[in-house]
Design a binder for this molecule. Structure first.
Ligand code: ASP
Ligand code: MG
Length: 297
């Protein structure tokens, strides 16, 4: 079993989603869990919807949400042919979830609404990509991660309940691999025991992928990024920066906590605990070696 994670930049438009299919087809073999972020800057756009709603600027919230909705429907229409009707129905369920909410008045804390609105980005991207993969013959099952990852109710910084999530991974996620080699799910989100959506902190999809790698006892995890791998410094500021081919968990943790935006800092611990190697690979050219992060031995 392997875990792949594709971030927002890797799926920001039709060309990149097609490229994602090429990468998956040519590099994955055997069982692979694919964890997906929201497309491009969708999370930022959804944050604006949540803010407008909470400030009681309802019309603005609805208009902003309609733009996001249209963007996703346009991409779905262009990518999908025979899978379109079913996918459109899938998407419209998520649109309705938000539209109902936007017609209410806010009575709870902001962070609660933030999570209910923002989590939709990952639901939409993963639904479109799952349908596209099936259409292209990359057979897969789509799963709502909120049925698997249980968290507490610290909205926007939710903490995973490992015992329950592990149990559900065994009961709900693993059996799907009996039906197809590829299962597609969402990064960054989970849900409480009352089925409220939660988010794990911005850029949290790397962390979700690592949590699943740990729970599934995966042989490796690959983060597909739009960079060549982990660099010694930010190449935009320091042209002499070089690619780091190999790092230990310790070194990677230090780099991540020192503010390099390459991976989410919480990602390393679940991998280190089970000695699972992590690859940071270039989405634009998958023949590049990238960086491997593992123990020194
Ligand atoms: N979509 C979320 C964000 O932009 C999570 C992620 O990309 O990892 O923060
Ligand atoms: Mg992102």
């Amino acid at each position: 079993m392997k875990v792949y994670k594709f971030g927002g930049a890797s799926i920001r438009d039709i060309e990149r989603i097609k490229q994602m299919a090429v990468i998956t087809r040519s590099t994955s073999s055997g069982k692979t869990l694919i964890v997906i972020s929201a497309m491009g800057k969708t999370t930022n756009a959804l944050e604006k919807v949540a803010e407008a709603f909470y400030d009681k600027r309802r019309e603005e919230a609805i208009t902003l949400f309609n733009t996001i909705k249209e963007q996703h429907l346009t991409i779905a229409r262009e990518l999908l042919i025979k899978e379109y009707p079913q996918a459109a129905e899938h998407l419209s369920g998520f649109f309705t979830e938000i539209e109902w909410l936007l017609h209410d008045n806010p009575v709870q804390e902001y962070d609660y609404y933030y999570d209910q609105v923002v989590c939709i980005g990952e639901m939409l991207s993963s639904a479109i990509i799952s349908a596209y993969f099936n259409q292209e013959g990359i057979m897969n099952k789509w799963v709502d991660v909120r049925d698997i990852l249980r968290t507490n109710d610290t909205f926007r910084e939710a903490v995973i309940d490992w015992d329950i999530s592990l149990q559900r991974t065994a009961d709900t996620l693993k059996p799907l691999f009996g039906e197809t080699d590829i299962v597609i799910t969402q990064g960054f989100i989970g849900s409480t025991d009352e089925n409220e959506s939660t988010t794990l902190g911005r850029e949290g999809s790397d962390y979700t992928a690592a949590v699943f790698a740990n729970m599934l006892g995966a042989e490796s995890i690959t983060l597909w990024k739009d960079v060549a791998g982990v660099m010694s410094a930010d190449p935009r500021e320091f042209p002499e920066a070089v690619l780091l081919k190999e790092l230990t968990y310790q070194e990677m943790t230090e780099i991540a906590y020192n503010g390099a935006k390459i991976i989410h800092p919480k990602t390393i611990k679940p991998l280190q605990d089970k000695n699972i190697p992590m690859y940071v690979k270039c989405f634009l050219d998958h023949s590049l070696p990238g960086t491997i992060i593992k123990n020194n031995n």
